[in-house]
Ligand binder design. Sequence first.
Ligand code: SF4
Length: 492
Amino acid sequence: MEINPRDFREQSEKACHDATLRAVLDHATRYFQAKRGAALETFADRETHFARARAARLAALSRLPELLEQLEQTATAAGTRVHWAADAAQAREIITGIAQDCGAKVVVKGKSMVTEEIALNPALEAAGMEVWETDLGEFIVQLAGEPPSHIIAPCIHKSRADVAALFRAKLGLLGLSGLDGLPGQENLSDAASIPELTLLARKALREKFLAADLGVTGVNIAVAETGSVILVENEGNIRMSTTCPPVHVAVMSLEKVAATLEDAADILRVLPRSATGQKMSSYVSVLTGPRRPNEQDGARETHLVILDNGRSEVLAEPILREALLCFRCGACLNSCPVYQTIGGHAYGSVYSGPIGALLSSLLLPAQDTRDLPFGCTLCGACKRTCPLGIDHPRLMLRLRERVCQSSGTGLAGAAHSFLALHPLFYRLAVGAARAVDPNLDLLPRLPGFPGLANFVDTRQPPELKKPFSAQLLRLRKKQARTKKPHTNKGDA
Ligand code: SF4
């Protein structure tokens, strides 16, 4: 399934008419919101914890170059090889090179949005490797040939019956064995239970873990003071991906660093609560270098790939850099009325929802993402939900401004601003407009007003019969005539 943010308008329109998708999204996002609400209730003072998490993220962004250098030193000292990737192509090249050097034939992956961002799977497959997503949701979308549609719940758009049908069709075809002793996937009914489906996936993936030569994961937090990477999960698949294969590659976008373990703890108190509604995820792995001689498990070779891919430029933007605070809890997606209606695929990129619209606009080519900031109601639900206090609406407005400036509506804006500040010219301009184009059919279609044509195509502008200023004047005069004389009771 090919998706592109350039198709955001068409995809949104299509998704709006998909009643099944809306029902599934409604159910799932309400479920996440309820779980999150209950988990946050367990905080005696949630605002203090939110503030500490935000402070940890802000501190990291304000010292980013210094902390990344420290991370490189501490991780290297712990035995991890650190690689810097300026963009997606370089990251793919580095990871494919590591895989080839260790003779990898089977690669297992933990859920990682950043490896989706760099399109790692096709690169490894093109180099002749078998790549398996091992997070259940990612495994499902991989079988379906689709990208994830939610930051933390990649198959949120699929019902249980969809998954049963997919397993029935695909598990056998993919030559996955090891399903003995289970009701065969070919006999799965649409009413198969979640434990039944999970057991099938688990059996199918277990042999891949055992056969894997390389494990690839993302990074939730990288700790500069210790050189550790921290990974949170609920299924145990990340722990398997980092300990079964002899080589582990962790891929992080550069903003995921934290200065200290204490900062990481402040983030961890908030992240699982906000993401999955848990006080803490079932598994939290803190990995510091490869397996030591006296240790029982762990990879014998560890790599850390630090990806920029446009983030340094975002960091230099005074307002927009706030988007880099995000730790991908996904809560803003669940509260967003637009996401709840259209789902993740409509956004056309691996990042969806409010934060996805921001990140994609910042990291992808501007000509592909110009519609994304406009697909927002500015209702502020995302801002109210975000535990890090990211002001999505403000950032959306800044992006809209950028789009308008680059497309020429900035000129129209400047003209409007001049007229608004000079009443005489304003009256002359409105008078002229009323004379030549009373129904506002023509003006918005003139070159230099590109956004206005779309605006009036979907709205009925009022007729310019009488200027608003004249109507206001008349109203004030009328009010003055009907106003009773003022009596000061104190003088009576
Ligand atoms: S913007 Fe905030 S709410 Fe949305 S995913 Fe990031 S941290 Fe979570």
